[in-house]
Design a protein around this ligand. Structure first.
Ligand code: CP
Ligand code: NVA
Length: 306
C-alpha cells in the first residue's frame, strides 16, 4: 500500500491490516514501547482547511515513529498562489517521503499521487475522510469486539464522513444505514460503488430519508456537523433543513441499549446532537479522537515504511 486516497482503493485485507497494526501500536504506546519505523523520514502536511485533530495527530504520530512532520498551510506555500499541483507534487517529491493533504477537491489529492513519486494520504476532502473512518473502525472494534455484522447508522448530511462510511462499511462487511434529508444524499458514485462492494462482503447498505428507520436496532450511531468546512454561507438554511435529523435522546434510545455514539468532531451541541447524547454514557467520542493518532501511525507505517 503506497497511498491512502480513498477506502474504496483499499482491500478488506488492507483495512484489517491497518486496524491490527493500529491496535498494536496503541498498546505499545501505552506500555511505553517505541517504534521508530519512520526514522529519518519527512511528512509534509498541506492544509487548505482548518484542523485540530488531523494536524496534531499526524504531527505527533510522525514524531512517535521517529520521523518529522512539516505543517504547510496552503496560505503560506505557493500552491495557495496558483502554483500547479503538477509542479508541487514533483518538487515536494524531491524533499519529502510523504504528503498528508486536507483540501477541497478529491481530484487534487489524486493528482498529487499521480504526478508525485511519494506517498499521499488524504486528510479530508469535500468528498472523503478515510483516516477518520479508520479511527472510527478501531474505536468500534475496541468497544464491540468485532465489525462484521454490526449495524452502523448515520443520520445527517450526505458528506465526506457519510461517503467514507459507505466505502468503509461495505468493504469491511458492516451493515450501514444512512438517513439524510432529501437533496442531501451521499455522493451517487460512492453509493453505487458501495452497493457493489456490499454484494461482495455480504453487508447491507440502506439509504433513506428516514432517520428513525436508520437508527432502529443499530449498534453504532454516527452523526456529523450540518455545516461542513466551506459551507458556512449556507448555515442558516441548513439548520432549518436538518432540524429533524438531530440525534436526540429519544432517537438514540431507538438504537440497541448498548449502542455507542460516534462523532468525528468538531461537534455543535444542540444542532446535530444533543448534549445528553454526546456527553452521555454511550458516547465514545474521545476514544475516537485519540484513535486518529494510532490509526494514522499505522497508515503512515504501511505507506511510508520499509
Ligand atoms: N475530525 C477531524 O478531522 O477533526 P479536525 O478537523 O480537527 O482535524
Ligand atoms: N464534515 C466535516 C468534517 C470535519 C472533520 C467537514 O468537512 O467540515
Amino acid at each position: 500500500m503506497k497511498h491512502l486516497l480513498s477506502l474504496y482503493d483499499c482491500t478488506k485485507e488492507e483495512i484489517e491490516a491497518i486496524l491490527d497494526l493500529a491496535i498494536k501500536l496503541k498498546a505499545d504506546n501505552k506500555a511505553g514501547r517505541t517504534h521508530h519505523i519512520l526514522k529519518g523520514k519527512s511528512l509534509g502536511m498541506i492544509f487548505s482547511k482548518s484542523s485540530t485533530r488531523t494536524r496534531v495527530s499526524f504531527e505527533v504520530g510522525m514524531y512517535q515513529l521517529g520521523g518529522q512532520a512539516l505543517f504547510l498551510s496552503s496560505n503560506d506555500i505557493q500552491l495557495g498562489r496558483g502554483e500547479s499541483i503538477y509542479d508541487t507534487a514533483n518538487v515536494l517529491s524531491r524533499f519529502l517521503d510523504g504528503i498528508m493533504i486536507r483540501t477541497y477537491a478529491q481530484s487534487d489529492v489524486e493528482d498529487l499521487a499521480k504526478y508525485g513519486s511519494i506517498s499521499i494520504i488524504n486528510g479530508l476532502t469535500d468528498l472523503l475522510h478515510p483516516c477518520q473512518i479508520l479511527a472510527d473502525f478501531q474505536t468500534i472494534y475496541e468497544h464491540k469486539g468485532k465489525l462484521e455484522g454490526l449495524k452502523l447508522a448515520y443520520v445527517g448530511d450526505g458528506n465526506n464522513i457519510s461517503n467514507s462510511l459507505l466505502y468503509g462499511c461495505s468493504k469491511i462487511g458492516m451493515n450501514v444505514s444512512i438517513a439524510t434529508p432529501m437533496g442531501f444524499e451521499c455522493d451517487s458514485t460512492v453509493t453505487a460503488r458501495a452497493l457493489e462492494d456490499a454484494k461482495k462482503s455480504g453487508s447491507l447498505v440502506d439509504i433513506s430519508n428516514d432517520p428513525d428507520k436508520a437508527v432502529a436496532n443499530a449498534d453504532v450511531v454516527v452523526t456529523d456537523t450540518w455545516v461542513s468546512m466551506g459551507q458556512e454561507a449556507e448555515k442558516q438554511e441548513r439548520i432549518k433543513i436538518f432540524k429533524d435529523y438531530q440525534v436526540s435522546a429519544e432517537r438514540m434510545a431507538q438504537a440497541k441499549e448498548d449502542a455507542i455514539f460516534l462523532h468525528c468532531l468538531p461537534a455543535y451541541r444542540g444542532y446535530e446532537v444533543v448534549p445528553e447524547v454526546i456527553d452521555g454514557p454511550q458516547s465514545v467520542i474521545f476514544d475516537e479522537a485519540e484513535n486518529r493518532l494510532h490509526a494514522q501511525k499505522a497508515v503512515m507505517a504501511m505507506c511510508m515504511g520499509e
